[in-house]
Write a protein that binds this ligand. Structure first.
Ligand code: UD1
Length: 417
């Protein structure tokens, strides 16, 4: 167990550089299974979820070489198609091995994936997609044995545009016989990043980034290299920080259009948002008004920024409203924010936030990854010291967060419990 200790109200100024996208890298690494020789992935963030995926690959028999931000993976020596329960449960993205191993070897045995506990998070759409491609799914408690004599292309309609299901079905379909069409596919930028990687391997995928993805199966896929796109959620978190700091914090190395839904909310709140091709700086103005935020799939406001934007809404005069529509249990940070001086009321899937707030330091707990990021933001602007327990959740998704914040003048340290 780790804890992050922050002494708040320091003068924050300087630049924060965004790392490679967690949710892209978490799909690109298992995708390496599909190539018959070595793949090289650049701009991989140094976060603990990547360590967990590397551990799974090594367990399956693959060779993994990790440089600073480069990962070389050779899966030609894979000799196991089983992932044990303890490793499957380490993270959500372990589910990508289902599609990748099924696509390449027509067989996989693993357990229900782990991840932040923010709702029930079923994987029924993934499994239905595999079945549509001709696979048999045998469920034994939380264990899944998925096999196929032969995978055949199919028309698949997703009841919800799930990121995980879209990518997993792409993995299984990319080596299936014939053509697969995924309708109502997720449109998140991470999907396009994965499709580009698979196309570099020799796959034929069209339409990634739209709601209809067409995949023509290939006999085999070859090694290649690719680069992880900048992390739009890490970027969004630091852009919120830039707004709270009010003038001197610039966020660099991001694709501003990937966080349009956030930038537009900042304009609505009354901020002046200065955007360059790959950087954003947010400045306070004399205008300040509350807003209504509703989480939606891309290009809507991301659920992963719902918790990080909350401290900003707390700092604004008036009552803002925030509705969570993707997950049913993503308000676990609220009691801690109220302990820090907040006036937030939860009613079902909506929270009402009345500001402005004088944040005060206390002991809080990171119940999940983005809840942890939200508490870090609140702590940076709080009077006194905040201790964030269970900070290991934060390190699953934010590369070098302590160093990045120290560089802009924060007083922050991490300790082992
Ligand atoms: C991914 C991201 C996560 C982000 C989420 C939504 C990764 C590793 N994680 O998670 O950070 O919060 O997208 O942007 O990339 N659903 C089903 N059945 C399924 C699959 C999903 O009902 O088979 C539901 C989920 O319960 C949830 C919604 O669909 O309510 C969104 O899930 P999904 O897009 O699949 O998110 P993840 O891939 O789990």
């Amino acid at each position: 167990m780790k804890k992050i200790i922050i002494e708040g109200k320091k003068d924050l100024k300087g630049k924060i550089k965004v790392s490679g996208a967690k949710n892209s890298a978490l799909a690109l690494v298992p995708a390496a299974i599909l190539a018959k020789d070595e793949v090289v992935i650049e701009n991989v963030p140094n976060i603990s979820d990547i360590d967990s995926l590397s551990e799974i690959l090594v367990n399956l028999g693959a060779k993994v070489e990790r440089g600073n931000s480069t990962l070389k993976v050779d899966t030609s020596s894979v000799n196991k198609l089983i992932i044990s329960e303890d490793i499957s449960k380490k993270l959500r993205a372990s589910y990508y091995f289902m599609g990748a191993l099924l696509g390449k070897y027509n067989k996989v045995e693993m357990y229900f994936p782990g991840g932040c506990s923010i709702g029930s998070r079923p994987i029924d759409l993934h499994l239905k997609g595999f079945e549509a491609l001709g696979a048999k799914v045998k469920e034994d408690g939380n264990k899944y044995i998925i096999t196929a004599k032969k995978l055949k292309g199919a028309n698949i309609y997703l009841d919800f545009p799930s990121v995980g299901a879209t990518i997993n079905i792409m993995f299984a379909a990319v080596m299936a016989e014939g053509e697969t069409v995924i309708e109502n596919a997720a449109k998140e930028p991470e999907i396009s990043n994965v499709a580009t990687f698979l196309n570099n391997m020799g796959a034929e995928i069209r339409g990634a980034g739209t709601s209809e993805i067409i995949i023509r199966g290939a006999k085999d896929l070859k090694g290649c290299s690719t680069e992880v796109i900048p992390d739009r959620i890490e970027a969004g978190t630091y852009v919120v920080l830039s707004a709270m700091a009010g003038k001197n914090v610039e966020v660099e190395n991001l694709i501003p259009s990937h966080i349009d839904s956030l930038l537009i909310k900042l304009y609505e709140l009354g901020f002046d948002v200065k955007t360059k091709s790959n950087s954003v700086i947010v400045k306070k103005t004399s205008v300040e008004r509350p807003v209504i935020v509703r989480t939606q799939v891309y290009p809507g406001f991301p659920t992963d920024l719902q918790q990080p934007i909350t401290p900003l809404l707390m700092s604004i005069k008036g009552t803002s409203e925030l509705e969570e529509t993707i997950y049913e249990n993503r308000f676990q940070h609220v009691p801690y924010l109220n302990d820090m001086g907040g006036k937030i009321k939860v009613k079902g899937q909506v929270i009402k936030i009345t500001g402005p707030t004088s944040f005060k330091g206390t002991t809080v707990r990171a119940t999940d990854l983005r809840a942890g990021a939200c508490l870090v933001l609140a702590a940076l602007f709080a009077k006194g010291t905040t201790v964030i327990e269970d900070a290991q959740h934060i390190l699953r998704g934010y590369e070098n967060i302590v160093e990045k914040l120290e560089n802009i003048g924060a007083s922050i340290k991490i300790e082992e419990d």
